[in-house]
Ligand binder design. Structure first.
Ligand code: ADP
Ligand code: MG
Length: 274
């Protein structure tokens, strides 16, 4: 397979963002990436969180001296040079290292400080011509709206927001939407919101239902039909260095991520047809 299945004009770059921690960003990046790869897309996950949960959740061991997205951001390495295979067909990862913790300060003095990742992706796409190019690039962000997340927003075509169905979920969301609007106005005019995915949904919990209803009434069909249930298999998988789709393909969490991937692909097709 040598063609770019979904995106003949280069990869679709989606950023998984929410300034709250523990809402399912990394879980969504890993499992959406795996589900997209399973249906034939070629996927790159870029880990921009110093915690590196996307890297370790894909079974990538962090070695001392490892080159990472930190080195890409400060201009020491090309993105192509830090990418490693995940062991899952068609799924690669640009890992993070703890060096990223200091990146914010270092980036502040560099030229095009908000476009470092955008420039790195553009260079990769240019250089990638000979090989099978990526059709999707997913960026996993830290739980804040810092310069790392701004770099991701500047590099992206669209934002995917995992939202945990809990009290105050909507408040956090409006803050994120404001930031996305600000980046769109001043830094990256093509940026849009691909969609909001409800995560860790617990149908026995009345609050979950209530928040889901509220979010849908405010955001309408920006909210994916697919809801990711709270599922213990999903939380077990990272300790085996595996996406839940490989750890337990049949569990409800895996099935939900497969449905989310097809919903996203459908939405992308509609966007391109429009
Ligand atoms: P974030 O990247 O936003 O900080 P994570 O994806 O790391 O959030 O998820 C936070 C925690 O919740 C992790 O321990 C993860 O394994 C767990 N988790 C995520 N999604 C689910 C789910 N659907 N069911 C159960 N546990 C989940
Ligand atoms: Mg995370």
């Amino acid at each position: 397979m040598s063609e770019n299945l979904s995106h003949p004009n280069g990869p679709r770059v989606l950023v998984v963002a929410n300034q709250k921690g523990g809402v399912g960003k990394t879980t969504t990046a890993i499992n959406l990436g795996t589900a997209l790869a399973a249906v034939g897309e070629k996927v790159l996950i870029i880990d921009l969180d110093p915690q590196g949960n996307a890297s370790t959740g894909l079974g990538i061991q962090r070695r001392p001296g490892q080159k990472s997205t930190y080195h890409v951001l400060i201009g020491e390495e090309t993105l192509g040079n830090v990418i490693v295979e995940s062991g899952i067909p068609r799924l690669d990862c640009a890992p993070s290292t703890m060096d990223l913790l200091g990146a914010e300060l270092e980036l502040a003095d560099l030229a095009r400080k908000t476009y470092r990742m955008a420039d790195a992706i553009a260079a990769l796409v240019k250089q990638d011509n000979a090989k099978q190019p990526y059709s999707y690039i997913l960026l996993d962000c830290p739980p804040s709206l810092n310069l790392l997340t701004i770099n991701a927003l500047c590099a992206a075509d669209a934002v995917l927001v995992p939202l945990q169905c809990e009290f105050f979920a909507l408040e956090g969301l409006s803050q994120l939407i404001k930031t996305v609007e600000r980046v769109k106005t001043s830094l990256n005019p093509k940026l849009s919101i691909q969609g909001v995915v409800l995560t860790m949904f617990d149908r026995r919990n009345k609050l979950s239902e209530q928040v889901a209803e509220d979010v849908r009434s405010v955001l309408g069909d920006k909210v994916y039909q697919t809801v990711i249930p709270r599922n213990v298999r999903v939380s077990e998988a990272p300790s085996y260095g595996k996406p839940v789709l490989l750890y337990d393909n049949a569990c409800v969490g895996s099935q939900a991520y497969i449905r989310l991937a097809s919903e996203i692909i459908r939405r992308e097709r509609e966007l391109r047809a429009a």
